[in-house]
Write a protein that binds this ligand. Structure first.
Ligand SMILES: [Zn+2]
Length: 385
């Protein structure tokens, strides 16, 4: 697959200006926050703002900060952003602080971008790398993915407090592992042949990230709060963000996220987390490479992932995602959306039709077909080794 010519002007948003990490990072963050602004608007979900109020006291009680809070409910949507803009104006906010999961942080980042204000991200789970990246995903009020927005910089300050992450359900870290794994399977397809230094670096970091997750995830999940658990949190929240930052616009998502985006349009999918849908999407992407290209290496990569998913509890099928009872028409709807002309699924090096995608979506756990013709280029060997 040929890569587009590098743009004459490269604008990279590699990393947050500052990362404060550890325990108790939040309690010690007052000065760093006050250096960015004195009238922060704290944006989070209703539940997060209510339940986290003891942990947020170091910020709320900081004498130099005059805080207000606002909910991003019902979703990271255009409607929520409009009402948050009013809240920011009303409070005369000079700083936005996002607290919560990916959607809360995406909302806070985009709000800050639109209001030309600095932004602090405080992730409360390791479910995505949203605390790091210069990107926000916009959803409908009903939670269907609509589009993403590139921001002009990464957050000004990221506060990764492990004690906060540890209070999140274990399932969120499992989902974060799924989302982070996708970096390798997608970046190696979209950018694996690139000759550009920074893209090569991003793809190789994605491979390192995958290997760290393969090696450490099972132990991490058995020992929340431990050293190995922190390493896996760092992998999902920080290193996954580095790859997006280094790779930039050319190191984009491919079919795994396109499948996720299609699934979000099915109401039944909303009980599954972003990273759970993406993890399933990786299996669908590999299955497409198997079915359409006859790629046996994709088949063995899929078997390797199925074993890993079983070990740590990632979903393997539509049934696992709570979508076992969807109709053929609904499956078709999800596949049609994933195959729309602007979808990243078309970054695969072959054409994909909704019919092929539907066939892949219902066969993620099928055994390897022995008679498929092998495609053994060096690049592919490297890709799946
Ligand atoms: Zn993702």
């Amino acid at each position: 697959m040929t890569n587009p010519a590098p743009p004459s002007l490269l604008s990279l948003t590699v990393a947050p200006a500052q990362v404060l990490r550890g325990v108790p990072a939040l309690a010690q963050s007052g000065d760093a926050i006050a250096s960015l602004g004195h009238r922060p608007l704290i944006v989070g979900g209703n539940h997060t703002l209510a339940t986290l109020s003891p942990q947020l006291q170091p910020i709320l009680k900081q004498p130099s900060l005059n805080c207000a809070t606002a909910s991003y409910s019902p979703d990271c949507s255009e409607v929520s952003l409009a009402s948050l803009k009013e809240a920011a104006t009303c409070h005369q906010a000079d700083l936005i602080i996002g607290v919560g999961g990916g959607k809360a942080l995406d909302t806070a980042k985009l709000l800050a971008h639109q209001c030309h204000l600095p932004v602090v991200t405080i992730p409360t789970s390791a479910a995505t790398c949203a605390a790091w990246t210069a990107l926000s995903n916009i959803y409908s009020n009903e939670g269907a993915f609509l589009y993403d927005v590139s921001l002009n910089r990464c957050p000004d300050l990221l506060i990764l407090d492990y004690s906060l992450i540890e209070t999140a359900p274990q399932r969120t870290l499992v989902a974060g592992i799924g989302d982070a794994l996708a970096k390798w399977y997608e970046a190696s397809v979209s950018s694996g042949d690139s000759a550009q230094t920074l893209i090569i670096a991003a793809v190789q970091q994605a491979r390192v990230l995958r290997d760290i997750l393969f090696q450490k995830s099972a132990d991490a999940l058995k020992t929340p709060g431990s050293e190995v658990w922190r390493e896996v949190v760092d992998a999902s929240v920080l290193l996954a963000g580095v790859i997006g930052g280094l790779g930039g616009a050319q190191c984009r998502t491919v079919a795994a996220h396109a499948v996720h985006n299609g699934l979000t349009h099915l109401p039944g999918s909303h009980s599954a987390l972003h990273g759970e849908k993406v993890a399933y999407g990786i299996l669908v992407q590999l299955r497409l490479e198997e079915m359409v290209q006859g790629n046996q290496l994709a088949a063995s990569a899929r078997q390797q992932l199925l074993k890993f998913y079983r070990e740590i509890g990632l979903p393997q099928t539509l049934d696992d995602l709570g979508l076992g009872n969807i109709t053929l028409a609904q499956l078709r709807q999800g596949a049609d959306i994933a195959c729309q002309p602007q979808s990243d699924i078309h970054r695969l090096p072959f054409d994909v039709t909704p019919e092929q995608l539907m066939a892949a979506m219902v066969s993620t756990t099928t055994l390897v077909e022995k008679n498929c013709s092998p495609v053994l280029s060096t690049a592919m060997n490297e890709k799946y080794e």
